[in-house]
Design a protein around this ligand. Sequence first.
Ligand code: F6P
Length: 367
Amino acid sequence: MAKKKVLILTGGGDCPGLNAVIRGVVKRASQTQDWEVWGSLEAYNGVLNDPVELIKLTGNPIAAGIHVRGGTILMTTTKGGPFNWPVQQADGSWTSEDRSDYLLKKLKELEIEAVISIGGDGSQRISKQLYDKGLKVVGVPKTIDNDLSATDYTFGFQTAVQEASSAVDKLVTTAESHHRAMILEVMGRSAGWIALHSAIAGGAEVCLIPEIPYDTEKVVKRVNSRYQGGRGFVNIVIAEGAKAVDGDVVAREATEVGYENVRLGGVGNLLAEQLKQNGCTADIRVTVLGHLQRGGSPTAFDRVLATQFGVKAFEMVLNGEFGRMVAYKHNDMVTVSLDDATREYNYVNTDSFLVKAARGVGISFGD
Ligand code: F6P
């Protein structure tokens, strides 16, 4: 008897742990007699492209031992999607078209029973729209930003924090040697999770996050206070989405076709200028950590979390729990509706004990 096919895909920005989810699905499915796992390359593009780009993962050695590898063996994309497929016009300009009906037809022809879609909020929204059109889909949350409120943690976040913390550690030693003020800009979109965790872990003096707009004069005061006894040094971690009380988020122009996200970045350099203009006497250097915090091997925590997500996602397929996303809540694997999965953005709660603890060890948020 022909086996039933479940299709797995990764969408949006990559993050460490994606391969561990894929492996979790493949391994758990191989314990059944009647399911095989297929992968679609670059999210749904593998189904929409002609010829299709699908690979059978069950029994395929490329899926073995991949939980330790960063990135995604299925590749991913941040450009367009089935509802927004970029199409070039005769004059060279780009428009987009809705190819969701074609996608569903294609999946039927390929005899795909169910889809496991690993992605951030954008991907989960696409899953919800496809579910409403009849697709049997299960979601798995991923992002280094930890900005999905339905789950306590997303995999990839811990790895990013580890990378950012070790950057702070390194900057501390050189800051100390040169008596400098070091600014480290980290990712996180509109949430300050990576900045907050790495500032606490690395022992930074200042942490600037989107949830607490900073007063430049107060930051300068804190920096200058570190130099009162003579030679001082200071470490500042700033989230890419942070802004001054009287300023705006720093974003770059998105020139890539089909790229729908806002490209954040540059606030670290802006802060350096603001500090100088407001009387900061220290020498300042800026480091933008960038995609280093998204690459490489996932930490053990992220491998374990991602493996649980993969196994649970396949069990959701077995149980027919479609239109839902797996989530990690109170140390357990649970499921939430795709609606609930994307309802609220997960900002840092400024009244949380985490923020209190940061203040408790003397970290200034510039407020
Ligand atoms: O959402 C993950 C993330 O790394 C954000 O922290 C960052 O703003 C963005 O993606 C960068 O996107 P890209 O890789 O498309 O430049």
